[in-house]
Design a protein around this ligand. Structure first.
Ligand SMILES: [Zn+2]
Ligand SMILES: [Zn+2]
Length: 100
């Protein structure tokens, strides 16, 4: 079975842990179940980055499947992942560098 449309966001490859949108489907708004077209839930983006990418931050180096840790406390980051890890995940799927 082939997908009729390309993935709008790479994190759509996984199920959203927040709204339970299936892989390949847009996130839906909890009220009214309308698809979100501008973005996905942040939790889905973070989950996708964690699952697919090793963190490039030297003080962290979390393996795929492991959440980022704060370099000072070694606890999981409350905000999700290091920005560098998000960038590395994006580069892996886009296959090219975005201009600064
Ligand atoms: Zn969602
Ligand atoms: Zn990290």
């Amino acid at each position: 079975m082939t997908s009729r449309r390309p993935l709008r966001f790479p994190q759509m490859a996984i199920r959203c842990p927040w709204c339970r949108a299936a892989p390949g489907e847009l996130c839906t708004n909890a009220r009214g179940r309308r698809p979100r077209r501008a973005d996905t839930h942040a939790a889905r983006r973070i989950a996708w980055v964690v699952e697919t990418t090793t963190c490039p931050v030297a003080a962290c180096e979390s393996a795929p499947g492991s959440p980022c840790r704060s370099s000072t406390t070694k606890l999981a980051l409350a905000t999700g992942v290091h920005p560098e890890r998000d960038t590395a995940a994006e580069r892996a799927v886009s296959g090219h560098r975005e201009p600064p």
